[in-house]
Design a protein around this ligand. Structure first.
Ligand SMILES: NC(=O)C1=CN([C@@H]2O[C@H](COP(=O)(O)OP(=O)(O)OC[C@H]3O[C@@H](n4cnc5c(N)ncnc54)[C@H](OP(=O)(O)O)[C@@H]3O)[C@@H](O)[C@H]2O)C=CC1
Ligand SMILES: CC(C)(CO)C(=O)C(=O)O
Length: 307
């Protein structure tokens, strides 16, 4: 299979060592242009202390389409990434987004068609800064699937075969939309509360107060999901309570990593989406709206609005 990855950061790097074992070097493409391409070609990337050379393909290069394109960029980078994969996408290409949130698949489908996109996300926590990535798989995995009828199942089968060959941990849930929303429930509440606290996972392992804040948000996301029919139920509040015990206490979620590195957060994709959909579906989301504005103030500060 020819596989293209756009976004070789914390999450892209959790896949590269697995894919490298099975895929011929020229069939594993890292899509990047300009300075990013030069840097990746010159420096390669260090993942879990192992150095990898990369086959970097610029967005302008015309090549045979990839069989699978994996999208693992941050929300503010998605529009550009969608443009940059254009030469990788052909009639049979499958596009898998590992981004958090519930909107990236729709945005990709708007440009390339729903039939090319499968839903997915990862439960792995990856750490990335300046060309150095670390991660531990533990119990974590990629979950993927489709909400379409039978004739689309062969897309899922093709990704399954690739992941089996590369020994990438995965699960194909019966109801991918509910699973996507469960991850959304975790990220809207956990990433954003941790963002305000600049917290580590141990904040949720040790502090009842931090979890109570998370619960205020989760109640609203569950109410929204019920209004939209996307599968969350009240009991999910309990399911989500111990979730942070799966993660390394001293590690940080992706939003805190962004805040500490003075990068834009994914606030719009997380709290922003809940507030917007709440208005559309008549669901009240005051706690999430408060959290949205707190994170927005952090983003404003990052953007120099205090200077
Ligand atoms: N980190 C985590 O633990 C988890 C993250 N996620 C989600 O995964 C997604 C990716 O997050 P994460 O991996 O943390 O983000 P990172 O910021 O670590 O990585 C994003 C990477 O994409 C690269 N990139 C951006 N735009 C382009 C482009 N046009 N062409 C080529 N490369 C590009 C960036 O390059 P450069 O550095 O040069 O800008 C960067 O290396 C997010 O939606 C996040 O919420 C999900 C689960 C856990
Ligand atoms: C791994 C996890 C759940 C940790 O917060 C995450 O999805 C993120 O950091 O974005």
């Amino acid at each position: 299979m020819k596989v293209a990855i756009i976004g070789l950061g914390a999450i892209g790097c959790t896949l590269l060592p697995f894919l490298k074992k099975e895929i011929q070097p020229n069939n594993l493409r890292i899509i990047a242009g300009g300075e990013r391409k030069k840097r990746l070609e010159k420096q390669g990337i260090l993942i879990n202390e192992e150095h990898y050379n990369l086959n970097v393909v610029s967005p302008e290069t015309i090549v045979d389409p990839a069989d699978l394109v994996i999208v693992a960029v941050k929300y503010n980078q998605l529009n550009q990434a969608i443009q940059d994969i254009k030469n990788q996408v052909g009639p049979k290409t499958i596009i898998l987004s590992l981004m958090n949130g519930i909107t990236s698949e729709e945005e990709i489908a708007e440009v390339y068609g729903k039939e090319k996109v499968i839903y997915g996300f990862t439960t792995i926590n990856g750490i990335y800064k300046n060309g150095v990535a670390t991660f531990s798989v533990g119990e974590n995995k990629i979950k993927f699937g489709i909400d379409q009828p039978e004739d689309q199942q062969n897309k899922v089968q093709r990704v399954k075969e690739l992941f089996d060959a590369c020994q990438i941990p995965y699960e194909i849930p019966d109801n991918i939309i509910r699973e996507l929303w469960l991850k959304f429930l975790l990220n809207v509440s956990g990433n954003s509360v941790a963002g305000v606290l600049r917290g580590k996972h141990k904040h949720f392992q040790k502090l009842d107060s931090a979890n109570k804040a998370r619960e205020c948000i989760m109640r609203e996301v569950i109410a929204l999901s019920k209004a939209m029919g996307t599968g969350l139920v009240d009991e999910d509040l309990e399911t989500m309570k111990p979730i942070y015990f799966n993660y390394e206490p001293e590690a940080r979620g992706s939003m805190v990593q962004d805040i500490l590195s003075k990068r834009p957060t994914e606030n719009e994709m997380l709290c922003g989406t809940v507030v917007k959909l709440g208005k559309k579906y008549g669901v009240s989301t005051p706690a999430t709206e408060l959290l949205y504005y707190l994170i927005k103030a952090i983003d404003d500060e990052t953007n120099g609005l205090l200077d």
